[in-house]
Each structure stands twice: as structure tokens, then as C-alpha cells.
Design a binder for this molecule. Structure first.
Ligand code: B1M
Length: 211
């Protein structure tokens, strides 16, 4: 099993999307827990990509290809991660904030919340404050989730919360934030209702916020 997880991680690193999808399917067929496949295969591979990207050993095109392979693996896992939660938890608008194109974490959070029974409205990446406002007006969600992966775009979470306030919508929703550089202290500082460090905790937080 460990060998299979290593293969998933190394094929993800190399951007081999078909192989990653096949190996993820193989792991599931062998009875592995989808959460373990996510953590020990896909996320382990993406961690290595992140380290080498930071060190300057990988460049944006290579990281993009690895991200494509990550999505291929996540697509195989999707029905398993999103299964069994039932429905009726209400709507949640989710997006990566303005200026930020990273969507892997946001997509994972979306999948897990779907699995927990939330109806997800995904505004994609690079979502401006006005895009959130329009979606809140249209869909009347219980929750708004914002993701940011860049220290330069985290500030747009604050701008979005301020815009919700100015539009008179802040009190109608709970706001949760996350993403690698986002901390609980930052969430409190910008007036969010909560912060989750990973997709599984995002489910616990979402449930607690609407309870
Ligand atoms: Co970019 N990038 N990137 N990148 N990238 C990082 C984030 C970086 C840390 C790499 C590094 O230098 N080590 C660095 C940011 C540095 C900083 O801000 N301090 C960086 C940079 C600099 C950049 C560019 C500026 C590079 C350039 O162009 N020179 C550029 C910016 C583009 C832009 O957004 N405007 C850029 C571009 C890209 C790609 C497009 C090539 C690609 C993204 C592809 C895609 O997403 N479709 C990419 C990638 C893949 C990464 C790394 C390698 C991996 C990110 C990832 O997907 N991780 C990343 C390095 C790293 O993070 N180690 C890096 C896996 C994912 C599952 O984790 O997103 O953290 P994460 O999500 C977690 C939690 O954070 C949490 O749950 C998830 C699951 O557990 N979470 C939430 C996330 N959102 C949440 C929301 C919630 C709750 C929890 O509630 C709503």
C-alpha cells in the first residue's frame, strides 16, 4: 500500500494525470480509505511540489501540470469524499478571493462540505467582493467560505467582509476562511466567524457555525 501511495505522489509530481487517476482508482479498488489516498498519495505529492517550487527547482508550468494531475486524482475521489452526508444543511457560497488563482484547496473544501450535506455554490477563483455580494443576494446562503493561498491576496478576505457589511448582508451569513497562509488570529482580526486549517476541519466548523 505504501508503495502505491508513493507511486501516486511521484506521478502527481511528474504531472502524469492519467496515471494518477488510474492509481487512485486502483487504491480504492484495493479497499483503501479515500481520506488516506488523499493524504498519503495526492497531498503528499503536492507537498513535494510545493517544496521544490519554493526552492526554485520547479517552475510555474510544471506546477500547473502537477495541479492538473491533482485534479485528475481528486475527480476519482470526489464521489467517495462527497458521499453519505445527506442534504438539508443549507447553502454555502465558496470561492478563492480576488487576485488568487489557487483552487485545489477550495475544491477539496467544497467536496467535503457537499459530502456533509451543504448545497455548494462555487464562484471559482479570483472572485471579487462584488461577486460574493451578488451571490449572497441571489442565493441567500447560510455560509460564505473564502480561500486564499497568497499573502498578497489574504487582504481581499477583509475587503470582502467589509463589502458584505456595507451591503447590509454581513449579519445574514456566517463567514469562514482558510488557505495555507490564513490563521485563526488573522480570521479574528478581519472579523470572520471562523477559520479551518484543512478541509475536514472546515466541515466541523461549518456545522458549528450554523448550529
Ligand atoms: Co502557487 N504559490 N503561485 N501556484 N502554489 C504557493 C501558494 C506558494 C506557497 C509556493 C511557494 O513559494 N512555496 C507561493 C505563495 C507564497 C506566499 O504568498 N507567501 C505561491 C506563489 C508565489 C505563486 C505565484 C505568485 C507564482 C508566480 O507566478 N511567480 C502564482 C500566483 C498566481 C495567482 O494566484 N495569482 C502561483 C501559481 C500557482 C499555479 C497556478 C502554478 C498552481 C495553482 C494551480 C491551481 O490551484 N489550480 C500553484 C500551486 C499548485 C501552488 C502550491 C505548490 C500548492 C498549492 C496547493 O494546491 N496545495 C503552493 C505551495 C504550497 O502550498 N505548499 C503554492 C494543496 C491544497 C490541498 O492545499 O490550498 O493549502 P491548500 O488547501 C488546504 C488548506 O489550506 C485548507 O484546506 C485545504 C485542504 O486541506 N483550505 C481551506 C484551503 N482553502 C480553505 C477554505 C476554507 C477552509 C480551509 O474555508 C472556506
Amino acid at each position: 500500500m505504501a508503495n502505491l501511495m508513493e507511486k501516486i505522489a511521484s506521478n502527481l509530481y511528474d504531472g502524469e494525470e492519467d496515471e494518477v487517476a488510474e492509481l487512485v482508482q486502483k487504491a480504492l479498488d484495493q479497499g483503501m480509505d479515500p481520506q488516506d489516498v488523499l493524504q498519503d498519495g495526492l497531498l503528499a505529492g503536492m507537498d513535494e511540489v510545493g517544496k521544490d517550487f519554493k526552492a526554485g527547482d520547479l517552475y510555474v508550468p510544471e506546477v500547473l501540470i502537477a495541479a492538473r494531475a491533482m485534479h485528475a486524482g481528486m475527480n476519482v475521489l470526489r464521489p467517495f469524499l462527497a458521499e453519505g452526508g445527506g442534504t438539508g444543511m443549507g447553502k454555502c457560497v465558496v470561492a478563492t478571493v480576488e487576485g488568487d488563482l489557487h483552487d485545489i484547496g477550495k475544491n477539496l473544501v467544497k467536496m467535503m462540505l457537499e459530502g456533509a450535506g451543504f448545497e455548494m455554490i462555487d464562484l471559482g477563483v479570483d472572485a471579487k467582493a462584488e461577486t460574493f455580494i451578488d451571490a449572497v443576494r441571489e442565493h441567500r446562503p447560510k455560509l460564505v467560505g473564502m480561500s486564499a493561498l497568497l499573502t498578497t491576496t489574504m487582504v481581499n478576505m477583509k475587503a470582502t467582509i467589509e463589502a458584505l457589511q456595507e451591503a447590509g448582508l454581513r449579519d445574514s451569513v456566517k463567514v469562514m476562511v482558510g488557505g495555507a497562509p490564513v490563521t485563526a488570529a488573522f480570521a479574528a482580526e478581519i472579523g470572520a466567524d471562523g477559520h479551518a486549517p484543512d478541509a475536514a476541519s472546515a466541515v466541523d466548523l461549518a456545522r458549528a457555525l450554523i448550529a
